[in-house]
Design a binder for this molecule. Structure first.
Ligand SMILES: *Cc1c(COP(=O)(O)O)cnc(C)c1O
Length: 432
């Protein structure tokens, strides 16, 4: 498979190049030149396949022969070493639980796949590598977990001091071995700026083999389409049309769903469910895309004011707004609505939503017709956002053992000023 840049000023590249570069040289995002259709027999027999086989058949289309089949099978098996159950919440409404991975959020899927793909390519070239990544909370933990103890790869995570939750901080700072956390005296934007400056410094980049692991990398995006097929596999009444509601921030999850649809998955419509950061909602209602600074909400993993995967969505629809708005329906919800939804669903069904899943649930309710099955993506375990959840449902939810084990560990982070010089000094002592 070849990949082109959405800015169209860089040459097309193969899968390996697209993964190693992350962002194309013209700053565009890589996208496959065509989206292959899966056979109708695949969809007819999907219930007989196991999740690894489904994921392998999907991944194979995009990887081609750049990774041997045995190796790719092993990579998808290790990526999906946790269940992705479709749970009935009430009649015709199902939760696709994407939070059973090691950091209890769906970003585990993309991070675990990408870590293993990168390791394969880097081993082949026997290059040392350093993953440099900025996080506003959830990405860092998923990347750390995905790359932990992967030989030949060091991971340096920059996070804004005091601006992420205690749980999120522990998920970044308690690993040891090849994972290093830098606590930056600044904001998330400062962290992101530092990472960009580091990549622009060609000497620094070459010295440590700097590689990015952010959400725009094609190897983080593609595996997210696996679980849309796993959802379909678990739907009992396949003759009934279904719609999917996606809690959206950077729009990676939605883009992956659209890729699954283009591959033949029979999704009637997608609901793009957002918090008060409503750039995409406004676009879907007016056709105008205007980025703006993000605002803080209780569903903070979706606090994005300029969603980067929008460029890929336009590619999927050939830049045709009428086609976009036929397929995608957008809704935004305030913090109050999110809290009320968590409370109401808990009272009525005993199902505990997290704030992101609550947005998706509300979007689904607005859009679902009687003749349809509705699926919403539950992207994080409610215990990751337990302050909001506990306040909403009026009691304390149980914390999974895996999370408790991390919470009691000791934080180890290196403090740094938000300057490239300071980062350089730290790297030279860490990565001798
Ligand atoms: C990242 C994240 C989202 C948003 O996903 P995008 O792919 O950025 O749209 C939603 N929920 C949770 C819990 C997340 O961590």
């Amino acid at each position: 498979m070849l990949y082109y840049s959405t800015n169209r000023r860089s040459p097309k590249v193969g899968f390996e190049e697209a993964v190693l570069q992350g962002l194309a040289p013209d700053n565009g995002l890589y996208f496959p030149v065509s989206i292959p259709k899966l056979s109708s027999s695949f969809f007819k027999t999907i219930e007989e396949l196991n999740p690894d086989e489904i994921a392998f058949l999907v991944a194979k289309q995009y990887v081609g022969d750049e990774i041997p089949e045995d190796k790719l099978k092993q990579i998808v098996k290790e990526t999906l070493n946790f269940p992705v159950p479709l749970v009935e919440v009430k009649k015709d409404i199902y939760s696709l639980e994407l939070f059973h991975g090691p950091t209890l959020a769906f970003k585990d899927v993309g991070a675990r796949f990408m870590a293993r793909i990168l390791r394969f390519f880097l081993e082949k070239e026997s290059k040392p590598a350093t993953i440099l990544v900025a996080t506003s909370g959830d990405t860092g933990g998923a990347v750390a977990s995905g790359f932990y103890d992967v030989e030949g790869i060091n991971v340096v995570i920059l996070y804004p001091s005091g601006k992420i939750s205690t749980t999120q901080e522990k998920q970044l700072t308690t690993w040891g071995k090849n994972i290093f956390a830098l606590e930056i005296d600044g904001t998330f934007d400062d962290c992101q700026k530092l990472v960009k400056e580091a990549f622009a410094d060609s000497e620094l980049k070459a010295k440590y083999g700097l590689t990015s692991a952010n959400s725009i990398n094609i190897a983080r995006l593609l595996p997210q389409s696996f679980y849309y097929f796993l959802a379909y596999q678990q739907i009992k009444e396949k003759s009934k049309p279904f719609i999917a509601s996606v809690p959206s921030g950077n729009l990676g999850n939605l883009t992956a769903g659209l890729i699954a649809w283009q591959m033949g998955l029979p999704v009637n419509r997608f609901v793009v469910s957002s918090n008060s950061n409503d750039v995409i909602t406004k676009y879907l209602h007016t056709g105008l895309f205007e980025s703006k600074p993000s605002v803080l909400t209780v569903a903070n993993a979706m606090d994005v004011g300029n969603p980067s995967n929008f460029a890929r969505i336009l590619e999927i629809f050939n830049h045709n707004y009428n086609r976009v708005k036929d397929k995608l329906k957008g809704y935004s919800f305030s913090d109050i609505e999110i809290r009320n939804c968590i409370a109401e669903v808990y009272q009525k069904t005993k199902y505990t939503l997290d704030p992101h899943g609550a947005c998706a649930y509300m979007g689904l309710q607005k859009e679902l017709k009687e003749s349809e099955t509705g699926i919403f993506l539950e992207t994080a375990h409610p215990a990751k956002f337990r302050e909001t959840v506990n306040e909403s449902i009026g009691q304390s939810i149980a914390i999974p053992d895996s999370l408790n084990a991390i919470i009691v560990k000791k934080k180890v982070a290196i403090q740094s000023q938000p300057s490239l010089d300071s980062i350089k000094k730290i790297l030279s002592t860490l990565l001798k």
